[in-house]
Design a protein. Structure first.
Length: 169
């Protein structure tokens, strides 16, 4: 079993697509560790604000198969196959960590956004504050503590999924 962390984001019908993404991930992996949901401004383009969160799950899927399944989930929820990198999203699923794996193919891991985007780092640090970043060496909690929080505005929001409120205990 490999512990994985996936970032979810949406800025088109945000609540509907975040719930649909959580449902799809739950159907694929079973029990999920789920961060709070955060609202943040679009990064890299002018667009409506996003809802973002991170989930943790365990899988036996090989990396390439996992990447294909996440992509299929995005397409099933309205993502265009030729969607630009910095553009509005119905559902964006980004694999952040696959155990301690460091690789460049079929995707780059650990994902670079962990170190640069508050909407990835804060919810990831909530779920796994003592986990060490595979290349940086610091824990995710230490990385969040050192992050320049004035760089990106981020707000936790009330959000319910499967009759439970997503909030960090």
């Amino acid at each position: 079993m490999t512990r994985i962390y996936i970032s979810l984001g949406s800025n088109i019908e945000r609540e509907r697509h975040i719930r649909a993404g959580l449902d799809a991930l739950h159907a694929e992996f079973g029990e999920l560790a789920v961060s709070r949901v955060f609202e943040s401004a679009a990064v890299g383009f002018a667009g409506r604000p996003f809802y973002n969160l991170v989930v943790g799950a365990d899988t036996t899927l090989p990396l390439a198969t996992l990447c294909q399944r996440l992509r299929a989930m995005e397409f099933a929820h309205g993502r265009e196959p030729d969607a630009k990198k910095f553009a509005p999203r119905t559902l964006d699923l980004d694999l952040l960590l696959y155990g301690e794996l460091i690789c460049e193919s079929p995707i780059t891991l650990p994902r670079g956004e962990i170190l640069t985007n508050a909407f990835v780092l804060w919810p990831l640090a909530e779920l796994a504050p003592t986990l060490c970043h595979p290349t940086d060496g610091r824990t995710l909690g230490e990385l969040w503590q050192a992050y320049d929080k004035s760089a990106q505005q981020l707000s936790p929001i009330p959000f319910h999924w499967e009759a439970r409120e997503l909030q960090h205990q």
